[in-house]
Ligand binder design. Structure first.
Ligand SMILES: NC(=O)c1ccc[n+]([C@@H]2O[C@H](COP(=O)([O-])OP(=O)(O)OC[C@H]3O[C@@H](n4cnc5c(N)ncnc54)[C@H](OP(=O)(O)O)[C@@H]3O)[C@@H](O)[C@H]2O)c1
Length: 273
């Protein structure tokens, strides 16, 4: 992996700074600690929502967010390494129910590589997974709900089916209500607020495209970590955001670009007007 942007500065008089700048420009495998330093969340106070919502997505060159209904075909070893690091830094991972169903989500693991860092920040050993669902059409007998290290959260609307809410709770799920729309729909901004109220302010969303478009439309997406895979797929797969067009395009500033094996790992931060 190489850092392409910001271009490592070599003007510092300090030998160690020069050495580390050279090291990050070299094509070599970055350690998990190095990646964790590179992707550390900003210090609080966070964005206007009270939390920092980062998204991590992968796209083909032609904009597909999945191939054959899953994202695996677009991913790579380096992509999975960064995926793991971003989880290792997060308090909670927010994900849409369709991605949980299609990708067969399992609980997040506690990883030795991040244990010290997490303990120092007062984080649990692994991030909580927070599933956003209106229908609650989820298999609550799965390990994601019955065997997590940290109870899985399901975020739904106040009008969600009571019987399904009961089934979720019986499995050990923490059910959070965030919205009063019809048929259990939630308000995307309220998802962020609700998680922040539970103490989860370093938020990572892994999509999918429907949920991510809702976060963008609600104006609560602070950062986008977008991996561009050197692949073309054509077809009609969703883009990384799939929802109604925003009235005005949101502006983001490039924060960093890493490269490995032709994959670009970009990181953009929202510019608040
Ligand atoms: N390229 C990538 O990085 C990436 C990342 C993630 C996923 N994916 C791919 O994307 C596909 C799935 O994405 P998707 O866009 O179809 O689905 P999604 O965004 O993962 O999930 C959509 C579902 O989330 C729930 N939801 C979303 N907004 C809601 C709201 N406001 N209120 C209540 N519930 C809400 C609903 O669940 P209910 O139906 O239960 O009500 C909805 O059907 C899969 O093929 C997956 O492999 C790609």
């Amino acid at each position: 992996m190489r850092r392409l942007f910001p271009v490592p500065a070599e003007t510092s008089a300090e030998a160690s700074a020069v050495a580390s700048a050279r090291a990050s420009a070299e094509d070599r495998e970055w350690g998990l600690g190095e990646l964790a330093d590179a992707y550390a969340y900003p210090e609080p106070p966070h964005g206007p929502s009270g939390a920092w919502l980062r998204a991590n997505m992968v796209s083909s060159l032609d904009g597909a967010a999945h191939h054959d209904g899953r994202s695996k075909a677009l991913s790579s070893d380096a992509d999975m390494r960064i995926f793991g690091v971003l989880r290792g830094l997060a308090d909670a991972v927010v994900v849409g129910a369709e991605t949980v169903r299609r990708e067969g989500y399992r609980p997040a693991r506690a990883r030795e590589a991040f244990a010290e860092r997490r303990a120092a920040l007062g984080q649990s050993s692994a991030p909580a997974i927070a599933v956003v669902s209106a229908s609650l059409d989820l298999d609550f007998s799965r390990p994601l709900f019955t065997e997590p290290l940290v109870p899985t959260i399901v975020i739904t609307g106040a009008t969600a089916a009571e019987e399904r809410v009961g089934r979720a709770r019986a499995a050990g799920v923490e059910v959070v209500f965030a919205g009063s729309g019809p048929s259990g729909r939630v308000d995307a901004a309220a998802v962020v607020t609700a998680l922040a109220e539970l103490g989860h302010t370093r938020l990572l969303t892994e999509g999918g495209p429907t949920l991510l478009a809702e976060f963008a439309a609600a104006g609560v997406l602070d950062e986008l970590c977008l991996a561009v895979a050197p692949l073309a797929t054509a077809g009609d797969a969703k883009r990384i955001m799939n929802g109604p067009e925003l009235r005005e395009p949101e502006r983001f500033a490039l924060a960093s670009v890493l490269e490995e094996a032709g994959f670009l790992f970009t990181r953009y931060r929202r510019i608040y007007q």
